[in-house]
Design a protein around this ligand. Structure first.
Ligand code: PMP
Length: 444
């Protein structure tokens, strides 16, 4: 057995030895097509020469300098690229090493903002059930993921409460239109503000498109406009977690661009560095920065490895390649093809309840019974079975659900790198379809 603490302490995973474009190679040198970029991370695929060259170049010049004394060129340039043109009024960026750290920074900056502007009574956050914002205690407190919360419940912060997500497939009632369902959710959010006392709320926290916990669930039209209006009415901030759904994954650089609103603080991570270095961050609206600047003039938070020179150099190269190679266009075109192929192959499958997503961010929700939407027994670990059946067929995909909340079915995410070709989309869907057939047959 390995000495490394793996996700499972009973079974060691196979080793990945190298990656090239869309392919990963393991011990047996068998090519595995990367159908999900890990957890929607590897947006450029593997081994991109320009990113590797940028990392090497940064290492040759400077690996590390502490931010208490220095800034560095790559971090300054990355901030300029991300918010120099003030998208949605976002003017400043802070970089850290993961999505969880990004969420911690967002939560703490939001709280500090209200302290600085003379509203210290704002101490509460409203987040959503069946959400995931990270595994550190603050981010986990925001998360509504019941399975991940359960062992640590006594340690989680009581400053967070949770309202329903916008999950039309399961939660919209048959006698309700989409607009009525959205209105019901917004009434629930408003009621939560009222229950807590609207002037005690710091922020509403939501994933723009729900990733791991629900499986690529975008909100219905009007939902985020309504949520933004409620936050504005009560003077609270809107924090959008785009760790998974952002940085091009949904077909626009930011997923919120498709919602007609913008956040006060946006959390980014996976597609920022594409897995070449660990990096996450927050993008912050000018008004929040103004509040902090006029007050103490400092962000009372930080990490030894914040704005790390090598991580920022990698992210800078990833973003440059995305722009140079016009990859957002490919995300939109190949995303439309992926949807079409998934619907052709699995749209009428008796165990496929829903196929949903945006851009190159798609999930298939598996159910025992399509008519009743009854889920498979979580003990069957169907999503895990799909993962291994797919792996045997030369496909890596990202399975979740089942045991997360006891309510949603198992789902599997397909989120190929933005460089995927039409032929590779066909291969991914063919292997995935066969893996689903095999897994449900084995599950009985
Ligand atoms: N937020 C979202 C929406 C995520 O999907 C994730 C990771 N799956 C996180 C936060 C946490 O990111 P990390 O694992 O990098 O800490």
């Amino acid at each position: 057995m390995s000495h490394l603490v793996h996700r499972s302490l009973r079974q060691d995973p196979p080793l990945a030895l190298r990656g090239e474009g869309m392919l990963l190679y393991g011990q047996d040198d068998r090519p595995i097509i990367d159908g999900s970029g890990g957890a929607a991370v590897a947006c450029l695929g593997h081994g991109h020469p320009k990113v590797i060259a940028a990392i090497k170049d940064q290492l040759d010049r400077l690996a590390y300098a502490h931010t208490a004394l220095f800034s560095c060129e790559s971090a300054e340039r990355l901030a300029e690229v991300m918010v120099g043109h003030a998208p949605g009024g976002l003017t400043h960026a802070y970089f850290c090493s993961s999505g969880s750290e990004g969420n911690e920074a967002a939560l703490k900056m939001a709280r500090q903002y209200f302290l600085e502007i003379g509203q210290p009574q704002r101490t509460r956050f409203i987040a959503r059930r069946q959400s995931y914002h990270g595994n550190t205690l603050g981010a986990l407190s925001a998360s509504g993921n019941a399975m991940r919360r359960a062992p640590y419940q006594p340690l989680l912060s009581p400053a967070f409460s949770h309202v329903s997500p916008c999950y039309a497939y399961r939660d919209r009632r048959d006698d309700e239109s989409e607009a009525q369902y959205v209105a019901r959710l917004l009434a629930e959010l408003e009621a939560e503000f009222q229950r807590l006392g609207p002037d005690t709320v710091i922020a509403f926290v939501a994933e723009t498109v729900v990733g791991a916990t629900l499986g690529c669930v975008a909100a219905l039209p009007g939902y985020f406009e309504g949520a933004r209006a409620i936050c504005d009415r009560h003077g609270a901030l809107l924090i959008l977690d785009e760790v998974m759904s952002g940085m091009g994954r949904c077909g626009t650089l930011h997923a919120w661009e498709q919602e007609g609103i913008g956040p006060d603080i946006q959390v980014v991570a996976k597609g920022l560095g594409g897995g070449y270095q660990p990096i996450g961050g927050i993008l912050v609206h000018g008004r929040v920065i103004e509040g902090l600047s006029a007050g103490s003039g400092a962000f009372m938070h930080g990490h030894t490895y914040q704005a790390h020179p090598v991580a920022c150099a990698a992210a800078l190269a990833v973003q440059a390649v995305m722009a140079e190679e016009g990859l957002l266009e490919n995300v939109r075109a190949m995303g439309a093809l992926l949807e079409r192929r998934l619907v052709e192959r699995l749209g009428n499958h008796r165990h496929v309840g829903d196929i949903r997503g945006r851009g190159l961010f798609w999930a298939v929700e598996l159910v025992r019974d399509r008519a009743t939407k009854q889920v498979f027994d979580p003990a069957l670990k169907l999503n895990d079975r799909v993962k291994w059946e797919a792996y045997d067929r030369g496909l890596a995909c990202y399975p979740m659900g089942g045991t997360i909340d006891g309510r949603q079915g198992d789902h599997v995410i397909l989120a190929p790198p933005y460089i995927v070709t039409a032929e590779q989309v066909d291969t991914i869907v063919a292997r995935f379809g066969d893996a689903v057939d095999a897994a449900v047959a084995a599950a009985g």
